[in-house]
Design a protein around this ligand. Structure first.
Ligand SMILES: [Zn+2]
Length: 236
């Protein structure tokens, strides 16, 4: 690592002096927001948080700042999706709990004097995603010292590269890039295209997923998210 590399770290692993050094260099917090949710037989239930955390680490290496551990509390998971029968392997929390957790994370991180809190929603079930964005907007309206950014990877990446999906080509490639041991493509059906009803796959066929594709998606994410954070810091 060169002396010009941005200062960054994983918040929960650091002692106060290290946190203060990184905060002084770059007062940006990264808050990956995941879910414990069924993502088919071929992917770990923590996909959304693992993906968001891995992307935040890669982004922090480019921009600097402190990466929080993922929040694994989600509402609106596949467990209660109408017309589907994927009832196992998801922890589904209430929208009220989600709202409180979002608000209190923003308040506490502002109290720790972060100027930007980059909240990356790995789970974009609705209204889960809109609730986090709504709490961010409400918090931003109350003060001007801290800006909360609430977004998701697919909102930052060109739709020609990756589109919003569940356990499909995009998400699985991301996970193969960040946490390769959390994917097993051999558990996908070999003789037919996976479906939402049978396989919890929504979006492009995940069978050609690869770590290389995930790395390409992640690079596009880092380019776009870095720009957004730098612009936000400049606007303060
Ligand atoms: Zn997901």
């Amino acid at each position: 690592m060169s002396s010009t590399a941005p200062a960054w770290g994983r918040y929960e692993r650091l002692m106060p002096a290290e946190i203060e050094r990184i905060h002084a260099a770059q007062p940006v917090a990264y808050l990956p927001w995941g879910a414990l949710e069924y993502h088919g037989k071929h992917a770990a239930v923590g996909l959304d948080g693992l993906k968001a955390h891995g992307l935040c680490v890669q982004l922090a290496q480019a921009v600097g700042g402190l990466v929080l551990p993922p929040v694994y509390v989600a509402a609106n998971t596949i467990k209660f999706a109408p017309g589907l029968n994927h009832k196992r392997h998801s922890l589904n929390f209430s929208e009220e709990t989600l709202r409180i957790l979002a608000r209190e994370h923003f308040e506490q991180l502002a109290d720790e004097q972060f100027r930007v809190v980059f909240t990356l929603c790995g789970h974009v079930g609705q209204p889960h995603y809109d609730i986090i964005k709504d709490e961010a907007a409400k918090f931003n309206a109350t003060q001007s010292d801290t800006r909360i950014i609430a977004t998701s990877e697919t909102d930052l990446i060109d739709k020609d590269i990756v589109i919003v999906n569940h356990a499909a080509l995009g998400e699985v490639s991301f996970l193969m890039h960040t946490d390769p041991d959390c994917v097993d493509l051999a558990r996908l059906p070999a003789d037919r295209v996976p479906t939402l009803e049978d396989d919890a796959v929504w979006g492009p066929d995940p069978r050609p997923s690869s770590a290389e594709k995930g790395a390409t998606y992640a690079a596009a994410f880092v380019t776009s998210a870095s720009k957004l954070i730098h612009e936000t810091l400049k606007s303060l």
